[in-house]
Design a protein around this ligand. Structure first.
Ligand code: BMA
Length: 862
């Protein structure tokens, strides 16, 4: 229930004005755009929001750069300047407004903006929203808006020369592919760093109007921002301060009305001066509904709406949805170092999720539906956190709105990754403005959990040999200069912005690190563990290489065959073909996948089977990591693998491919992140240890069933035990020497099946544990039976096998849709019901024809 606020009436002041009393107006200026290269004479139709590349594709000038090797033919695009123009009509009545402003939500990146031939704006940062007064340049009827985009590559080259020394790093900048040799330019532009290439991304240095353009007209005053600050949150009440930031062009009396969830809460008058004004309004909500991360409770959002009125007429309004929760990062000294965990509403919460990169190179192509789907996918896989990684972009509002709605906390990096950056005053000021705008824009989201300065810059400078190289090649004074820039940006500018605009949130200097300016040490802070993959260490190292918060670790796979066929033709279907290698940007990619695959699996018989086994390999590896991290709570309190998604079709560490298809990893992550998990492990001394991990806030009783079974399902040994499932904890509940259990049985013929049931015998969690590498298992061909039925949204498939079907693979050849589960072990004698959800109208017979059912044995046997 909302407690009504005492109506405060501020002094009245009567103001006479001949000014127009019309309400505010906003127009979109997104139509009738044309574009051309600056040298050219022929204008082509353009789309806004858009990008030069997508406009060139639409006009048939370049081919889809994601298809085969087309990316290479597009490298000329970013070397030249482009211009866009449109004509828009203005009603003469609009010109009478006191203030008229052009509002560019996103310009990528170096743009000169002309209105009716007059330069009104120069931009140099794609992360900034540019709002510019244009009243004096507008004319009635037809206006011309023209924007020239200067090449970011040329800009980088010039700045690099002007800097007077060379910056180390930026190894992901694929300058060779961009025909620049080893000259890296990415760090000079405040532009998404992945546009210049990454080890999962193409080099396509985009430019253009990538977000909407608007024109706003208003009189007397407007609301610039509303911001809330929760001062007290208890079961009984929430005490909040609401700051309303306003801009007045007219001195006078203004009326305010605040609604909470569409109910009138308070109204008052206030006389305000010309210029910026800030009003702080205390709010109290009784019996508040708290906001919780996914899996812990509901995500109630309160809608705050402020209306600004003058003489009864609405002249401005703003809305914000807020969640009532407290959040802190607890770093208490302990026997190892310092804890690092998020405490939400007073409860320590284990963070489950992954790293997030932008969903396309061309950001204009990421539709609202794509944002929605991705966040729903994260939610479905039991995530409660995403890390918005620093080589991409501060995401659009919709991303954070969805995170608020679905309980996905956000670890937000500032946009710096894997490079040293310039420290000249213009660059620093530019970053400061970018940080201020984005902190202001995002700080009110219930999901926003932490601000982090950069990705891997601190580690790289100190541990990747960068400092030494600079010292050797450029001398000590350059080392000082480069470090000075880092220190200024990440230890002064950014923390000062967070301190002044979002002081209750933690500013974490760098991921990974052990604390402010302290190098990753595994005893405190967060960890990026890349011994598996980059170090070729065994997957089993995931069980021991565990820090306080695992913010990165990962393993690659290719997309599945349906996806690969979208960006290739038949002759490319070999991972060492030119095309497939071009869609693999890790310097060690294919050989590393090959090497790990051979350790555990038999050689796949063909390309599609390779793709399938590669996905299972990745999924099993990451499952091992997630479970080990969770078993180690509360020492470890977070597991974010690298990476949930892709920005183009590619071999990468992602769990969901560019087209939105779940790889085996996403299905596995969903299970490994379940709120209650039974997790068996065989330790190096050959002991079977079983842990129960629970994220639930209350203790429960359950029954643990441990069975040793053979491939036909015969139970060779079994035990049921009553267990206590401790709340928000991991507990070891079973321990026994493997040899005492298995006796004379051959390890190739058996596996452990563990299940956790609740007090009413209802299934809570299950897991299988094999005692030898999968390639050594004595698998026989499953005795599959399958039944397929048509349902409202697709199909239902009932599958049964008398013997173990290892890593079932349902493949709907060429069909768009999603299986409810896939890549799992079908236990001997078990029947499962799998749904295939599709929006396509597919006949049952066609579906049956296109549906292939495999298991691991099919990957190497005909
Ligand atoms: C991490 C990330 C990325 C990179 C990934 C895989 O460290 O921060 O820079 O893509 O590794 O190499």
């Amino acid at each position: 229930m909302i407690k009504h606020f005492i109506l405060i009436s501020f002094s009245f002041l009567l103001l006479t004005s001949c000014q127009q009393k019309s309400g505010p107006v906003s127009l979109e200026i997104n139509s009738d755009w044309t574009f051309k290269s600056l040298q050219d004479t022929i204008w082509m139709p353009a789309e806004v929001p858009g990008s030069v590349h997508t406009d060139l594709i639409r006009n048939g000038v370049i081919q889809d750069p994601y298809f085969r090797l087309n990316e290479l033919d597009c490298q000329w695009v970013d070397k030249i300047d482009w211009e866009y123009k449109t004509k828009f009509k203005i009603d003469p009545a609009l010109l009478k407004y006191h203030n008229i402003e052009l509002d560019f939500h996103g310009l990528d990146t170096h743009a000169d903006v002309y209105l009716n031939g007059k330069e009104i704006l120069k931009t140099d940062n794609m992360f900034i929203r540019w709002q510019i007064d244009c009243k004096n340049h507008l004319i009635a009827d037809s206006n011309e808006l023209r924007i020239v985009f200067r090449s970011a590559t040329q800009f980088g080259l010039t700045e690099r020369e002007a800097l007077g020394y060379y910056l180390p790093g930026a190894e992901n900048d694929q300058s060779q592919r961009g025909e620049l040799g080893d000259i890296k330019t990415c760090v000079f532009s405040r532009k998404a760093q992945y546009h210049f290439g990454w080890d999962w991304g193409p080099r396509l240095v985009s430019s253009g109007i990538f977000q909407t353009v608007e024109l706003h007209a208003w009189n007397s005053a407007r609301i610039i921002d509303i911001h809330h600050d929760i001062n007290e949150l208890t079961i009984e009440k929430a005490k909040i301060n609401l700051d309303i930031e306003l801009e007045m062009v007219e001195y006078g009396n203004y009326e305010f009305e605040l609604l909470i969830d569409n109910e009138a809460y308070a109204s008052f008058d206030k006389s305000l001066k010309i210029g910026k004004n800030k009003i702080t309004l205390p709010i109290e909500i009784s019996d508040p509904e708290w906001w919780f991360p996914n899996g812990m409770g509901q995500q109630k959002l309160y809608k705050l709406s402020i209306q600004l009125k003058k003489e009864g007429q609405i002249i401005g309004q703003k809305e914000k949805k807020i969640g009532l929760r407290t959040i802190e990062v607890v770093q208490d000294a302990d026997t190892t170092g310092h804890s690092f965990y998020f405490k939400v509403n007073g409860f320590p919460v284990f963070m489950k999720g992954a790293n997030y990169i932008p969903q396309d190179i061309f950001l204009n192509r990421v539709s609202d539906e794509k944002y929605t789907q991705l966040i729903l996918d994260a939610k479905e896989a039991n995530f409660n956190m995403l890390r918005v990684w620093g080589g991409g972009v501060y995401e659009k509002d919709i991303f954070y709105d969805l995170c608020d709605e679905h309980g996905i906390l956000v670890w937000q990096d500032f946009m710096f990754a894997c490079a040293m950056y310039p420290g000249n005053p213009e660059f620093i000021d530019n970053v400061r403005l970018e940080a201020e705008q984005n902190v202001k824009r995002l700080r009110d989201h219930a999901s926003l959990a932490l601000w982090c300065g950069d990705n891997e810059v601190l580690s790289a400078w100190n541990r990747w040999g960068w400092k030494e190289t600079v010292l050797k090649e450029q001398g000590e004074s350059v080392v000082d200069t480069v470090w000075q820039a880092y220190d200024t940006l990440f230890h002064h500018v950014l923390p000062a912005v967070v301190q002044s605009l979002d002081p209750k949130k933690l500013y974490w200097t760098s991921s990974p690190s052990a604390g402010f300016g302290q190098l990753e040490d595994w005893k405190s802070g967060d960890v990026h563990y890349w011994g598996v993959w980059w170090g070729k260490e065994a997957f089993s190292n995931y069980k021991t290489k565990i820090g306080r918060f695992m913010s990165e670790y990962g393993f690659q796979s290719f997309p599945d065959f349906n996806s690969v066929r979208k960006y290739t033709i038949n002759e490319d279907h070999d991972i060492y073909s030119e095309v497939m290698q071009s869609h693999q940007r890790s310097s060690i990619g294919n050989v590393t996948i090959d090497e790990y695959l051979k350790r555990d699996y038999k050689e796949p018989k063909d390309f599609p089977m390779f793709l399938y086994v590669n996905q299972v390999l990745q999924a099993e590896g990451i499952k091992m990591a997630i479970e080990a991290h969770r078993r180690n709570m509360p020492f470890c309190m977070g597991s974010l693998y690298w990476q949930i998604n892709d920005c183009w079709p590619v071999a990468s560490w992602s769990g969901i491919d560019y087209y939105g298809n779940w790889k085996a990893l996403h299905y596995f992550a969903k299970k490994a992140f379940e709120p209650v998990l039974v997790s068996p492990d065989v330790t190096s001394d050959d002991t079977l240890k079983i842990s129960l991990v629970s994220d639930l806030l209350e203790q429960k009783n359950g029954i643990l069933s441990v069975k040793l079974v053979d491939m036909m399902g015969k139970v060779l040994w079994g035990k049921n035990e009553n267990v206590s499932i401790s709340a928000n904890a991991s507990s070891l509940v079973f321990e026994m020497a493997v040899s005492d259990i298995i006796g004379a049985a051959q390890r190739e013929d058996i596996f452990f099946r563990v299940e956790l049931l609740d007090e009413n015998d209802q299934f809570l969690s299950g897991n299988n544990l094999f005692l030898v590498p999968v390639k050594s298992l004595n698998l026989s061909r499953p005795t599959f039976t399958k039944e397929v039925l048509k349902t409202k949204n697709g199909f239902e498939i009932i599958i049964h096998s008398d013997n173990l079907a290892k890593n079932i693979y349902l493949f709907a050849d060429g069909l768009e849709g999603r299986f409810s589960d896939n890549y799992f072990d079908l236990l001997p004698g078990q029947s499962v019901k799998i749904k295939f959800k599709t929006s396509e109208a597919i006949e049952l017979e066609i579906f049956i024809n296109k549906l292939n059912l495999y298991s691991l044995i099919d990957s190497y046997e005909n």
